[in-house]
Design a protein around this ligand. Structure first.
Ligand code: PEP
Ligand code: MG
Length: 587
């Protein structure tokens, strides 16, 4: 048995037979052709580029229908590469030097890829993956080689790969594939986005995964702990099998319960909504019991497109989502690029403290205004609210609202419809905003507290750095004091206050935040059923007392110990949820 570690990106535990996916490029030699064949060779290549583009467009149309627009967008870059007239021109020039179509094509592509090869940046690397992917497809077609596809993964398999190109990852079938592990890929890679949306347990960035793998081996992917277990012992298999059964059973009973309204025993309604990255996630929200979307992270539209989408493209996505969710709300957050979602070509020494979110958008007004107009137009189709992230100063709220006004006027002048009363909120995720919340509350309709960033900035602990993960703890009393302050300031100004950070996805966090007075909790869809169950079985008044006591402790360890003890004593039936360790960043 071998246990490997990687980045936990999605799901629970999956177990099955290894299905090794390799997408090695076909071997190529520098083949010369007789001069008399140059024209036919050029025609052969041109025809193949056309038919491969057609093949990709058909694939894209099918994916659009089955999985939605953002998945389909993953193929857009490749279609564009094949549509570029300069690619055909370069290929033809290479063939006129008497090279075969295959060699001429790969030589032309190598030129395009050259500047990207040295790039450190994530998005550039993603674009390189597109180039490699489309190259392999064209070469296989030119050489009439059979295609190797992830679609062939059998039932109950775990897909293992060095990397999975965009045109393949969209073919993953969550009914057959039990898990996914790759050597490449990070939290914002296309593989992570898709695995999460399909709820396939996935661990990425697993070094030496394929070296250690033997054919047909049993594999376990633990998407919560970030582990891949190769050839587990019989004892381990039985432990994992029990965990999978237990998880499925508890999910079923939670799903059954999730249909009831989230109202506490003392009759307070707490809105439970979901955080989403892709509109394709909306379909499952009702089953989970979510009342709407409390955070739509629009960065992923930009990441799947690998470019800034137009106003029209965004409008289509946002309005479709608003229509699907109506009458429930959808809070669309303006672009939060920067931080760990790095912009191409803008590497910084301290990206989390740098040119992120509204800071970037203020310097790129055209991109900001296009998004504002798209969100406003979508508001004509449902219950849309807008939210600005990374606010650290009141002037930023004023500036963002001025731009929103300008976007509204532009739409009015074109007689385009929008909701003039659309709610405008901010994320409170920077300590300065939390401390100034009383002044800021007068300018907005709601606050949504981003505990992920609020914790990292308050404790000076990078949220993605494993080495200091023991310092990153949203139960730290310093963070809790800021949360209490924000809720108090919001309520004093008669606006509602929600929380959309990971803290809202933990049983202890749900109880504590209700005790601190939140009106709404938004979380990863998978955590919604547990939150609903907790809401329906607690009393706000009791939780308020517990939260007050919790704030009297001096360290996160003390806070967590107290909460576990007190909550499991008070609410016996929920004790398993409050004592669950793996969902809590336990010190
Ligand atoms: C947060 O910071 O808590 C949050 C919800 O936003 P994100 O995780 O996208 O930064
Ligand atoms: Mg944030």
């Amino acid at each position: 048995m071998i246990i490997l570690r990687g980045i936990a990106v999605s799901g629970s535990i999956g177990m099955g037979k290894a299905f090794l996916f390799t997408s090695k490029p076909p071997e190529l030699r520098r083949v010369r052709i007789p001069e008399k064949n140059i024209q036919t060779e050029q025609e052969r290549l041109e025809a193949m580029l056309t038919s491969t583009r057609k093949e990709l467009k058909e694939l894209q149309a099918g994916i659009h229908k089955s999985l939605g627009p953002e998945f389909a967008d993953l193929l857009e870059v490749q279609i564009q590469i094949l549509s570029d007239p300069s690619l055909l021109e370069t290929c033809k020039r290479n063939i006129s030097e008497a090279y075969s179509a295959e060699y001429a094509f790969s030589k032309a592509v190598a030129e395009i890829a050259k500047p990207l090869l040295d790039a450190k940046d994530g998005l550039f690397k993603e674009r390189l993956a597109d180039i490699e992917d489309v190259t392999n497809r064209v070469l296989r077609n030119l050489l009439s080689l059979p295609s190797v596809s992830i679609i062939d993964a059998p039932s109950d398999s775990v897909v293992l790969a060095h990397n999975i190109p965009p045109s393949e990852v969209v073919l993953l079938d969550s009914r057959r594939v039990r898990g996914l592990a790759t050597e490449m890929g990070g939290r914002t890679s296309h593989i992570a986005i898709i695995a999460k949306a399909l709820e396939i347990p996935a661990v990425l960035g697993v070094e030496h995964l394929l070296e250690k793998l033997k054919d047909d081996e049993q594999v376990v992917v633990d998407g919560q702990r970030g582990q891949v277990v190769l050839a587990p012992t019989e004892h381990r298999v039985s432990i994992y099998a029990a965990e999978i059964r237990e998880y499925a059973a508890s999910r079923k009973s939670l799903f059954d319960e999730a249909k009831q309204a989230p109202i506490t025993l003392d009759e307070r309604k707490i809105d439970i909504s979901a955080n989403i990255e892709l509109t394709s996630e909306i379909g499952a929200l009702k089953r989970y019991g979510a009342q709407g979307v409390g955070l739509f992270r629009t960065e992923y539209i930009f990441l799947t497109k690998r470019r800034f989408p137009s106003e029209e493209e965004q409008y289509r996505i946002y309005s479709e989502a608003a229509k699907k969710l109506k009458p429930h709300p959808i809070i669309i957050r303006t672009l939060d690029l920067g931080g760990d979602k790095i912009l191409p070509g803008y590497e910084e020494a301290n990206p989390f403290l740098g040119w992120r979110a509204v800071r970037f958008l203020f310097d790129n007004e055209d991109i900001f205004l296009a998004q504002l107009r798209a969100i406003l137009r979508a508001s004509a189709h449902g219950n849309v609210k807008i939210m600005f992230p990374m606010i650290s100063d009141l002037s930023e709220i004023k500036r963002a609202k001025l731009l929103l006004k300008r976007a509204s006027e532009e739409l009015e002048s074109k007689k385009q419809r929008f909701d003039p009363d659309m709610e405008v909120g901010i994320m409170v995720e920077v300590p300065s905003a939390a401390l100034m919340a009383d002044r800021m509350a007068k300018y907005v309709d709601f606050f949504s507290i981003g505990t992920n960033d609020l914790t990292q900035y308050t404790l000076a602990a990078d949220r993605g750095n494993e080495k200091i993960s023991s310092l990153f703890n949203h139960y730290h009393p310093a963070v809790l004091q800021l949360i209490r302050r924000v809720i108090g300031a919001g309520h004093k100004a008669h606006i509602w206050v929600g929380v959309c950070g990971e803290m809202a996805a933990e049983a202890l966090g749900v109880a504590l935040l209700i005790g601190l007075g939140v009106d709404e909790l938004s979380m990863t869809p998978g955590a919604v059923p547990v939150a609903c169950k907790i809401v329906r079985n607690v009393k706000v008044e009791e939780l308020r007392r517990i939260a007050n006591r919790a704030l009297g402790y001096s360290t996160p360890v003390e806070v967590i110990r107290y909460l576990r003890r007190e909550l499991s004593r008070k609410y016996h039936d929920l004790a398993v949820l409050f004592l669950e360790r793996k969902n809590v960043c336990y010190p």
